[in-house]
Design a protein around this ligand. Structure first.
Ligand SMILES: C[S@@+](CC[C@H](N)C(=O)[O-])C[C@H]1O[C@@H](n2cnc3c(N)ncnc32)[C@H](O)[C@@H]1O
Length: 220
């Protein structure tokens, strides 16, 4: 047998082996037919304007209060008591699913920032923001969520602070945050006060059987 025919036979053998291997591995299935893993879709409206931010990516963040939602009626009363307007920069410290931030932008025309420690609640805020922006696109550049420990947040631009924490966390807010706020900043707190610091106003909102107290202070 000539060298040429030996070469052709060897090539044919290799070719046949390759084809058989590919067939047995199902490698001929079109790649486009393989469903890709479902990835979470980013909210372009939010990500493009850096609405969701993370300041403490690697920090071990431990909440100072559990997640409990403020009912809508109470959210609206809190923002009303603080006289929130288009001129305001509202910060919700421990923003949960973002409801106070969204209401401040949607119902009162304010710029609003949510500071939240829990990454799942950040995702929930992102989803809620997306729905709110679909209904009222003009609020898209008025919302921002930052994943951060509220005690490390930069509140130098804040004119209104909203809180729904716990008595101990409120006392920390009183000693660590209140002294840094601008004069005239309104602080509203759902259910918990600042110990012996007298509020300017207290109102009660009944939702079902439960009476919710709202406290307002204005920083000197
Ligand atoms: C009672 S919920 C209030 C949620 C929302 N503000 C509302 O009123 O519906 C308290 C929130 O504060 C968050 N939180 C607790 N400690 C925090 C901290 N040190 N920094 C940022 N968020 C915190 C919790 O994860 C939770 O979402």
């Amino acid at each position: 047998m000539s060298n040429l025919s030996r070469l052709i036979r060897r090539f044919m053998g290799i070719f046949l082996l390759t084809v058989l291997t590919l067939v047995s591995c199902n490698s001929f299935v079109s790649v486009s037919n393989i469903p890709s893993p479902s990835l979470p879709t980013a909210n372009p409206a939010l990500t493009s304007s850096s609405t969701v931010d993370s300041k403490d990516k690697d920090a071990d963040l431990i909440p100072d209060a559990p997640y409990i939602q403020t009912p809508t009626e109470v959210v609206l009363k809190m923002l009303e008591m603080a006289k929130v307007s288009t001129a305001d920069q509202v910060y919700d410290l421990g923003s949960g699913d973002g409801r106070i931030v969204i209401a401040a932008a949607q119902n009162f025309g304010a710029n609003a920032v949510g500071i939240e420690i829990d990454p799942e609640l950040m995702r929930e805020s992102d989803r809620s923001s997306k729905e709110a922006i679909a209904k009222t696109p003009e609020i898209s550049d008025r919302l921002k969520f930052i994943r951060q420990d509220l005690f490390k947040a930069d509140l130098s631009q804040a004119t209104v602070i909203t809180l729904y924490l716990l008595p101990k966390a409120n006392l920390r807010v009183r000693s660590e945050i209140l002294p840094k706020l601008k004069s005239g900043t309104r602080v509203v707190s759902h259910d918990y006060d600042f110990g012996d610091l007298s509020p300017q106003q207290v109102q009660e909102v009944k939702v079902g059987d439960r009476a919710h107290k709202i406290y307002l202070w204005v920083v000197n």
